[in-house]
Design a protein around this ligand. Structure first.
Ligand code: SF4
Ligand code: MG
Length: 327
């Protein structure tokens, strides 16, 4: 049974916090306990919107988020609180998400106090335990966010999430703003926490190399829709959607120490006014007449794998062409 699932979702594009929230449609995504699911796509494709919706911060206009078998809108008050606490969001920009006027102790301990999850006298202790878990010394608790490096701030953000004992972390580009050397440390911390706490993750990223490294399963988004979904290894070695194949072709080849960079041709169309038919058709090397008219549905293409591409169903078309997308 999935820990969290999202079905037939539609999210209107509207600005939140002065940032544009992009339209997301027809998403069917389930995450099993203990899984690390990657959500990948170019900037502006709706990844963050989907992550926020899953964490309960952006209610769907239609469809539902299902938490541990129950639609979120049907949760009792107590269940709703449990959902709010058990699903924690770790943000892209650690600095922007930490109140500069509050100490680390106040930031990490805030939810414990607000929701009375610990007696007053125990909050300091719980904060120190959370800091220790992310590798920060207890002496940091009385300091302010500006006194820390980017990597340390992200650790503070993670400690804040851990303080309320979450089951599920929605991580939205959690290392994108960090130096490459620090990125690896923070990613290792996430993977250690997966073991020690049995955490489940939705890991939102545009970094396919990272996602391939840490995820069990991956969903690829393009202009507000999931276009492919499946086990990470299979998806990367044998993509079933031309967009996935094009992204895979862009992964830097570390072994050869040279970047095989083949940018995908064409501009990304506006998510507010996606092209008709398959939204990828203006950039797709395999586009057929049907692609301009009919939107392909996300459908099973192999065991445990789904893709939304007419090459799998159109008469005379062959999905074997997809692998040739890789230049
Ligand atoms: Fe390309 Fe057509 Fe498949 Fe869209 S449906 S990815 S345009 S082949
Ligand atoms: Mg984003």
């Amino acid at each position: 049974k999935p820990d969290i699932a999202m079905r037939l979702l539609a999210l209107a594009g509207r600005p939140v916090d002065r940032r544009t929230v992009h339209a997301v449609e027809d998403v069917d995504l389930a995450v099993a306990p203990g899984e690390v699911v990657g959500l990948v796509g170019e900037s502006g494709c709706g990844k963050s919107t989907l992550g926020r919706a899953l964490a309960g911060l952006h209610p769907p206009t239609s469809g539902e988020v299902v938490y541990r078998g129950k639609p979120v809108r049907e949760l009792t008050k107590a269940e709703r609180l449990a959902y709010t606490l058990e699903v924690q969001l770790v943000f892209q920009d650690p600095y922007a998400s930490l109140n500069p006027r509050r100490t680390v102790r106040q930031i990490v301990g805030e939810a414990l106090g607000v929701h009375r999850l610990a007696p007053r006298g125990e909050i300091a202790e719980r904060v120190e335990a959370a800091l220790a878990e992310v590798g920060l010394d207890a002496s940091y608790a009385s300091r302010y966010p500006h006194e820390f490096s980017g990597g340390q701030r992200q650790r503070i953000g993670i400690a804040r999430a851990l303080a309320v004992d979450p089951r599920f972390l929605v991580c939205d580009e959690p290392v994108a703003a960090l130096d490459v050397s620090v990125q690896a440390q923070v990613v290792n911390l996430f993977m250690d926490l997966r073991e020690t706490r049995g955490l489940t993750y939705l890991f939102i990223s545009h970094d396919l190399g990272l996602v391939r490294h840490i995820c069990d399963r991956v969903a690829i988004m393009y202009l507000g829709r999931i276009v492919e979904e499946g086990p990470a290894q299979a998806l990367f070695s044998d993509p079933q959607h031309p967009y996935t194949a094009a992204l895979v072709a862009e992964i830097p080849d570390v072994r050869r120490r040279k970047r095989r960079f083949t940018p995908i041709a064409g501009e990304i169309p506006s998510p507010m006014a996606p092209p008709p038919g398959c939204a990828f058709h203006p950039r797709c090397p395999h586009a057929m007449p049907v692609c301009r008219e009919t939107r392909p549905a996300l459908a099973p293409v192999a065991a445990g794998r789904q893709a939304a591409c007419h090459l799998h169903t159109a008469p005379g078309a062959s999905p074997a062409a997809i692998s040739t997308t890789v230049g």
